[in-house]
Design a protein around this ligand. Structure first.
Ligand code: GDP
Length: 139
């Protein structure tokens, strides 16, 4: 058995609006992830700009910031062996049209913007993103 690792999943506004929270959580739990913490909140544009700061200047930045601040989101702290890479595999390609069968984005996403979920893509981004939404350490 390898060491457990943590990652952060965010259920995005399009999925919350379309009542897909339960289905997405079921797929995540069925894939072996343990839910350590979760909450529902809305973020204002200035916070969204900080969250997606690495994309500042890209053509899709404004649309991305508007979209993620357009409704409720659910950040979820998850734990599993190889959580970061396994969660990226489970969510699938950023563009749902290119995502593999039975990935979350292939199953549920509408478009490259309304792509239902976010997942940390490295240990470094996980540290930033988990502090962004959960400021205490969970055991
Ligand atoms: P992710 O980690 O798969 O979510 O992808 P990135 O971190 O690279 O990008 C963050 C978000 O920006 C993605 O989930 C997309 O919604 C959006 N995005 C990334 N690349 C593009 C693009 O080329 N066009 C558009 N319209 N949106 C994009």
């Amino acid at each position: 058995m390898g060491r457990k690792e943590r990652s952060l999943l965010i259920i995005k506004p399009d999925a919350v609006k379309r009542n897909l929270v339960g289905k997405i959580l079921a797929q995540v739990e069925n894939a072996g992830f343990k839910i350590l913490d979760l909450k529902m909140l809305k973020i204002k544009k200035d916070k969204a700009q900080r969250f997606y700061g690495v994309h500042n200047g890209k053509p899709f930045y404004k649309e991305l910031v508007n979209y993620i601040s357009s409704g409720s989101i659910i950040p979820i702290l998850l734990e599993k062996e190889n959580a970061i890479s396994d969660l990226r595999e489970l969510i699938g390609n950023t563009d749902p049209a290119k995502a593999a069968p039975d990935t979350i984005r292939r199953n549920f996403a509408l478009s490259i913007t309304e792509n239902s979920v976010h997942a940390s893509d490295s240990k470094k981004t996980f540290e930033f993103e988990s502090k962004f939404f959960f400021n205490r350490k969970k055991q």
